[in-house]
Design a protein around this ligand. Structure first.
Ligand code: SME
Length: 161
């Protein structure tokens, strides 16, 4: 496909997600390189929504290690069970954090991050292969819509793992 995103001129996240998902599918289809695909997915989510930080932490041995991302530099390694990312990995569940200061053990890579959502990405055996982390510089910026739609992005990634 052409390497250009076509996005609706709206601030409605639902419409943007609806337009974006098939484009992410087309963008990654037939490309076997994981880093290339995660890099383009990060860039597309950043371009579509302007998120403060969006990226991946990949399970490598006994830690989560920073992968492709868009935004300010970030912590490189997170232990399982630590922070929102490590908690999502260990619980195998999406975690929505309306106010990062209220999440015990939150890891502040940037003091500008105010709310966060972390979605586990499963491999085909049902193990968590990585987490998708999205940070906002606004409090309470994520909702069930983001949970549902970012879980669809995670499912797309599972399809090519
Ligand atoms: N806040 C995350 C750490 C990663 S950064 O937000 C990019 C956490 O608590 O796991």
């Amino acid at each position: 496909m052409a390497e250009t995103l076509v996005l609706p001129k709206t601030a409605q996240r639902q419409e943007i997600y609806e337009s974006l998902l098939p484009q992410l599918q087309a963008l990654t289809e037939g490309e076997p390189d994981l880093v290339a695909n995660l890099a383009n997915i990060s860039a597309a989510l950043k371009e579509a929504f302007g998120f403060f930080w969006i990226g991946f932490y990949l399970k490598k041995d006994n830690q989560l290690v920073l992968g492709p991302f868009q935004g300010p530099i970030a912590c490189t390694r997170i232990d399982f069970g630590k922070g929102v990312c490590g908690a999502s990995y260990s619980r195998k569940k999406t975690i929505l954090v309306p106010d990062v200061e209220q999440f015990p053990g939150h890891i502040a890579c940037s003091s500008d991050s105010k709310s966060e959502i972390v979605v586990p990405v499963f491999d085909k055996t049902g193990e968590v292969a990585m987490v998708l982390d999205v940070d906002s510089d606004q409090l309470n910026d994520f909702s069930e819509l983001d949970v549902q739609e970012l879980e669809k992005v995670a499912a797309l990634i599972t399809s090519f793992l």
